[in-house]
Design a protein around this ligand. Structure first.
Ligand SMILES: NC(=O)c1ccc[n+]([C@@H]2O[C@H](COP(=O)([O-])OP(=O)(O)OC[C@H]3O[C@@H](n4cnc5c(N)ncnc54)[C@H](O)[C@@H]3O)[C@@H](O)[C@H]2O)c1
Length: 439
């Protein structure tokens, strides 16, 4: 089948590459011609493990191409996916749908023969209807069905998530469109991946409900973690103790500095905004947002307290800037709040991230950019592990201690065992576990 993928970001590029790996002919389109130039030159504009090889293989096989010209790509397509961004609208937090609607208008003009237009971007309930209205208005003769097919991949494991998803959700009531979608996802169907066919509105809501639930789960364990610290309990054991209950499940129960990223923050806010406007406020989700925002802002104070209460003029090392490991995505990363809080208190912040430094440079000012963890630790009064990249999991603790001015580690991802930190001579503060100190 012929696919046009409109928007070649984290979702569009991964989805496009994976569909071409399934054997379909895919043209990835992006309005950013700089991105298309990079892709045409054989490079990848984002960091995602395994993506460079997957793209290279499929380009070589002639199944994957890149263009900034939307019309020919759409004209030749059996299915056109909209995978453009839906960021938070400035001021009110609603999903900003201008890119989706602009794409719909451009698609409408180029449609030729029966085509399924598929919204893969995360969009509020009712957007599919509006996309269809826009297309029919711009091109009344178009033979088209508009389907909702939200994407659940996670950055950092995006290819595996796309190739082996827990489920595929397809919102359409058209039999013709359903057949096209079944053919597109046939390799997953053969793997017995659950395919959930719903109405368009339901599919749109499934995505928001899933993200809101996961955000709530993280926020729940984070609050339990705070309570653990007060009563000298261990949040990791609590998480295990509840996670082994099949009704709860062990995933998304890692206490940390609060959720960030390109999806949970904007999607939870957009969901609460549209629910409130419809007269049915989602109070649990509203609270999750408030609790998480406050948490992200509190983490700097936790580091400052560990460093003795005053950090003016002191060097503080921050390891990890991206919102999670294995991505270069900095959107809504807790590190942004943490670095701002430390700088406000007068600290000299020394930062290092394996893949996120380029993106971080556009967002963080007044910090020292370091070449690795040890460089960041040099002369520091405290070191904070903010993102759990693998290379921070087995640091040479003796070397760190010798390089630091004061042996203080704040581990916001609970990467280390408390005993090993005490044995290595550190004052060690983590999340949801009582602090321990060198003897
Ligand atoms: N990033 C994730 O992990 C993830 C996971 C699931 C769902 N989503 C959803 O998928 C959507 C895309 O997210 P993303 O992270 O890939 O965004 P992104 O910002 O990385 O990429 C969006 C791309 O769309 C392009 N674009 C915008 N308007 C265009 C147009 N009219 N024509 C062609 N290209 C256009 C932009 O230039 C950009 O390259 C969002 O709705 C997001 O919520 C994201």
């Amino acid at each position: 089948m012929h696919i046009a993928m409109i928007g070649t970001g984290y979702v569009g590029l991964v989805s496009g590459a994976c569909f071409s790996e399934f054997g379909h002919d895919v043209v990835c389109v992006d309005a950013d011609d700089g991105k298309i130039e990079i892709l045409k030159a054989g490079r990848i504009p984002i960091y995602e493990p395994g993506l460079a090889a997957l793209v290279a293989d499929n380009v070589k096989a002639g199944r994957l191409t890149f263009t900034d010209a939307i019309r020919p790509a759409v004209r030749a397509a059996d299915a056109v996916f909209i995978a453009v961004g839906t960021p938070s609208r400035r001021g009110d937090g609603h999903a900003d749908l201008r890119y989706v609607y602009a794409a719909a208008k451009e698609i409408a003009k180029a449609l030729d023969g029966y085509t399924v237009v598929v919204t893969k971007s995360t969009v509020p309930v009712g957007t599919g209807r509006e996309v269809e209205r826009i297309i029919r208005k711009a091109n009344p003769k178009a033979d088209v069905d508009v389907v909702a097919n939200p994407e659940f991949l996670r950055e950092g494991s995006a290819i595996e998530d796309f190739m082996r998803p827990d489920r595929v959700v397809i919102g359409t009531e058209s039999k013709r469109a359903r057949k096209v979608m079944q053919r597109l996802y046939r390799p997953l169907y053969l793997l017995e991946t659950p395919m959930l066919f719903t109405t368009r509105q339901t599919a749109e809501l499934v995505k928001y409900a899933a993200n809101a639930f996961l955000a709530a789960k993280i926020t729940f364990i984070n609050e339990i973690a705070d309570f653990c610290e007060v009563v000298d309990a261990n949040v990791q054991d609590v998480a295990k103790g509840i996670g082994l209950d099949g009704r709860i499940g062990a995933k998304f129960l890692h206490a940390g500095p609060g959720y960030g990223g390109s999806c949970f923050p904007k999607d939870t806010v957009a969901l609460t905004r549209s629910a409130k406007e419809s007269g049915h406020p989602l109070r649990i989700v509203e609270t999750v947002i408030k609790v998480n925002d406050a948490r992200k802002n509190r983490m700097a104070a936790k580091i400052i307290a560990a460093a003795g209460g005053k950090v003016k003029g002191k060097a503080i090392a921050v390891l990890g800037l991206t919102f999670k490991p294995n991505t270069d995505d900095m959107r809504e990363a807790p590190s942004l709040n943490i670095v701002a809080g430390l700088r406000k208190a007068g600290a000299k912040v020394r930062v290092y991230d394996p893949e996120g430094m380029k993106e971080a440079r556009t967002l963080l000012k007044g910090v020292t950019w370091c070449k690795d963890a040890y460089d960041a630790a040099d002369g520091a009064h405290a070191l904070a592990i903010v993102t759990e990249w693998n290379e921070f999991r087995a640091l040479d603790l003796d070397r760190l201690r010798k390089q630091m001015k004061a042996p203080v580690i704040v581990d916001l991802r609970n990467v280390y065992k408390r005993d090993e930190m005490v044995a290595a001579g550190f004052h060690y503060v983590s999340v949801g576990r009582a602090p321990v100190t060198r003897r």
